[in-house]
Design a protein around this ligand. Structure first.
Ligand SMILES: Cc1cc2nc3c(=O)[nH]c(=O)nc-3n(C[C@H](O)[C@H](O)[C@H](O)COP(=O)(O)OP(=O)(O)OC[C@H]3O[C@@H](n4cnc5c(N)ncnc54)[C@H](O)[C@@H]3O)c2cc1C
Length: 301
């Protein structure tokens, strides 16, 4: 459920950040009432290297004709409103991409099969296939050529949402581990009386609190209206998702063999945690963003 909202936010930030008044009136009110949104950038050959997308939008009078296939799109098929990043002028490189709003039901827009995944199985992940899909030019977000700016700015605002999702997963894993450690008896006593378990729980708690504080810090900076948010967003997303992976893995350790069984929720939490290190830019890419911003800040001094 958290992911359906997070992916809706991902599909909505382009409208909030780059939509004109007409587009905002038309779509934001609907989304606020519960319409689901999605964001389609990734393709089979273009993941971290988003600049190599091939989905093309060719101008034809007052329309653009979109052809290409987007892969692993969260909420695909469920969402009514899609932000789609396309190439409108290959020769212009990073300035040759354009973002469009495409509504579900538009002729020439179809969905592939639901992917079978390690975790987040309640979330639909599908291809979005465009075949001669005609979209009016009024559906461009920002201007022609701004597609990658739309995508990158969107991620700056959406990544703290992934971080929040990671904190939620980690908190639940910690709660389950504490509860179990208190109940489970071995050697005639509760396993929470063993220092080995106590220190593991303490470290999990330290990490969850630190991750939560970072998410709030990122949110505070964004709410204060700061525009230079790429670094703090990437820091929050990277730290919180790494914490979620570590804490959920440790929660299984606290539960021992029971943690490995599907009868208990912690194995699911570990499977759900993994994706937070991958989507909206892998944590390797985030570390690249953080380092690039450190150098940028140094040059400004
Ligand atoms: C469940 C799920 C849902 C998703 N939802 C969406 C969605 O809604 N919309 C959307 O557009 N996309 C979505 N994605 C795509 C997701 O954002 C990409 O999977 C992600 O950006 C990584 O791309 P890739 O999987 O092609 O990995 P690759 O880019 O092939 O990377 C493979 C490995 O190489 C590393 N790597 C790549 N380049 C570098 C580099 N320069 N430096 C260091 N390491 C590098 C990566 O970190 C990774 O470890 C989703 C993916 C999944 C699995």
């Amino acid at each position: 459920i958290a992911l359906a909202f997070a992916a809706t936010a991902l599909g909505t930030f382009p409208l909030i950040l780059f939509g004109n008044e007409e587009q905002k009136k038309r779509y934001l009110a609907k989304i606020a009432k519960g319409t689901i949104a999605a964001f389609a950038l990734t393709e089979a050959e273009a993941g971290s290297d988003a600049g190599s997308i091939k989905t093309q939008a060719v101008k034809d009078g007052n329309h653009y004709v979109i052809n290409g296939t987007k892969q692993w799109i969260t909420n695909a098929g469920e969402a009514d409103v899609y932000t789609v990043i396309t190439i409108t002028d290959k020769s212009k490189g990073a300035r040759g991409a354009t973002a469009f709003i495409v509504e579900k039901g538009t002729k020439g827009m179809d969905f592939g099969k639901k992917e079978k995944k390690l975790g987040i199985r309640g979330s639909a992940t599908r291809e979005v296939v465009f075949t001669d899909c005609r979209v009016p030019k009024e559906n461009i977000l920002g201007r022609e050529g701004m597609g990658f700016i739309v995508a990158m700015k969107t991620f700056d605002y959406s990544r703290p949402g992934v971080a929040a999702q990671a904190v939620g997963i980690a908190q639940r894993a910690l709660d389950e581990a504490v509860n179990y450690a208190h109940q489970r008896k071995q050697f005639g006593q509760s396993i929470s009386s063993f220092q080995g378990i106590q220190f593991m729980l303490a470290d999990m708690s330290i990490q969850v609190e630190a991750a939560r504080a970072l998410v709030y810090r990122a949110a505070q900076i964004i709410d204060a209206g700061c525009k230079d948010i790429a670094k703090i967003s990437a820091i929050a997303k990277t730290f919180a998702s790494d914490v979620a992976m570590k804490v959920t893995t440790d929660a299984i350790q606290v539960l021992g063999g029971y943690g490995y069984m599907r009868d208990y929720p912690v194995e699911k939490l570990m499977r759900d945690a993994k994706i937070t290190q991958i989507y909206e830019g892998t944590n390797q890419i985030q570390r690249g963003v953080i380092a690039a911003n450190l150098i940028k800040e140094l040059k400004k001094k």
